[in-house]
Design a binder for this molecule. Structure first.
Ligand code: PLP
Length: 460
């Protein structure tokens, strides 16, 4: 094992050297990272992490938007141990099931909106998205319309990093690598009001962005479109909250052309926006949704697709296999942890806490403390997720040149001052654990303010 109990610095050096020699990091310039050495994270408790140098860090991102119930929850550890002792693994392919998979399907169906009553299991958000791509196409094939196979998504959407997820997503940096992409995917503009609306009001812009869907449908032919897919609030794209009228307009257009509506709830699901799902908060009525991250609070990898009656009944009544699944679909240990995670969320009224108490407090404190800051162009967010646009000029909304990488400068100041905040281009994003207290929100925002000041000094 890579440890040296008497000398923390040497632990850091040993792990960094080993990491540099053998580990290729995701979404990372590994060569550049190897030169400076990765930060070694050792321990987590509540909303805090500790690194190998002993620095305590407030995790303003809940890991990667996932550790919703906080670090060090013994209840989750205990159910995993118990389940591993009892039945560490069995598949759900061979006309078999087990208690955790069946029970978790029921638990998820009890919290999902509308008629999303059937659950298909996967291990990551990307796999859940691939499942949606294959399932909606199969739905239309069952209905005798295999030509209805185009999916429409949005620019700057994030739907994961498998070939399917990359293709469906709208991240240009990802599309440039590992192409060609999956065919029959079309994209429309994102509803990013602050950055892209020009002089339009939020309402006008919401209509314009929804109309882009109708234009695209007419362009490719309504009879060729399977589904529209979107995150209720874009996460990895920089936390972009659409105008209030956007989703109801999208909904109408999907209905008009009989197009399935898929919500990618991988970030918004499980309380992040102050309801169980982002679809509840934004009044979306999806036919199918993906979920992952918060489902197990990140303690084990697990994901799911909740399928509405329309699609589920077609699959169930169709007298044939659905030839899709993963070795670990419904993994019993991951499922047991997810069941316990949902039980804890209910016992501690976490969704209500985010919706009525800590979410509004967080949003209000953010705006009170940071709106006037010279670097802050705009703050948007709901519940415990927020995006902050950093600008060169507040009045003219002029952005910094992208080669300055203002977001990275700010992120590094945060990193060095005990706060994890993520940079997406020139937007800073926050998504703390849902169990964060008022005092911890105060600490987070005070640290952010100091780091914004340091960032301003760095660029002045
Ligand atoms: C993170 C994310 C994914 C991908 O999930 P992975 O578990 O990383 O595969 C998909 N969609 C959204 C909205 C996400 O935020």
């Amino acid at each position: 094992m890579l440890e040296d109990k008497n000398n923390n610095s040497s632990i850091t050096a040993v792990v960094q050297a080993t990491d540099a020699e053998h580990h290729l990091h995701p979404f990372t310039n590994t060569g550049a990272l190897n030169k400076k050495g990765a930060r070694v994270i050792c321990k987590g408790e509540g909303v805090y992490l500790w690194d190998s140098e002993g620095q305590k860090i407030l995790d303003g991102m809940a890991g990667l938007w996932c550790v919703n119930m906080g670090y060090g929850r013994k209840e989750l550890v205990d159910v995993a141990t118990k389940q591993m002792n009892e039945l560490a693994y069995y598949n759900t392919f061979f006309q078999t099931t087990h208690t955790p998979a069946a029970e978790l399907a029921k638990e998820i169906a009890s919290v999902t909106p509308g008629d999303l009553n059937h659950i298909f299991f996967a291990n990551s958000g990307s796999e859940a998205i691939d499942t949606i791509i294959r399932m909606v196409r199969q739905y239309w094939a069952i209905k005798g319309k295999p030509y209805r196979n185009i999916l429409i998504s949005r620019e700057n959407a994030y739907h994961g990093s498998t070939v399917g997820g990359t293709s469906l997503g709208g991240m240009s940096g990802m599309h440039k690598q590992g192409a060609p992409l999956v065919p029959n995917i079309e994209r429309i503009r994102q509803p990013y009001w602050y950055g892209e609306a020009g002089d339009m009001s939020e309402e006008e812009f919401g209509i314009a962005c929804a109309n882009a869907l109708e234009e695209k449908i007419l362009e490719v032919g309504p009879d060729n479109v399977a589904a529209f897919v979107g995150e209720p609030i874009q996460g990895a794209g920089g936390v972009i909250v659409p105008p209030a009228n956007y989703w109801s307009e999208i909904q109408k257009i999907c209905q008009k052309y009989d197009i399935l509506l898929a919500a990618d709830e991988v970030i918004c699901g499980f309380g992040r926006t102050g309801s169980w799902f982002g679809s509840d908060t934004l009044a979306i009525k999806p036919d199918i949704i993906s979920m992952a991250k918060g489902l197990s609070s990140g303690y084990l990898p697990i994901a799911a697709v909740a399928v509405g009656d329309r699609i589920a009944n077609a699959l169930i009544e169709h007298d044939d296999d659905f030839n899709h699944g993963f070795t670990y679909s419904g993994h019993p240990v991951a499922a047991a942890v997810a069941i316990e995670n949902i039980r804890l969320m209910k016992e501690e009224n976490i969704v209500e806490y985010v919706g009525k108490d800590i979410g509004p407090y967080f949003q209000q404190r953010l705006r009170e403390t940071l709106s006037e800051h010279p670097l802050v162009g705009h703050i948007e967010g709901v519940g415990l997720v927020a995006g902050i646009a950093l600008v060169k000029d507040k009045e003219t909304k002029e952005f910094f040149p992208s080669d300055l990488d203002i977001g990275m400068i700010c992120r590094d100041h945060c990193f060095n001052n005990g706060l994890i905040m993520r940079a997406v281009g020139s937007r800073m994003v926050l998504s703390p654990p849902l169990v964060i207290s008022h005092a911890e929100v105060d600490e987070l925002i005070e640290k952010a303010r100091i780091c914004f000041d340091l960032t301003l000094e760095s660029v002045s």
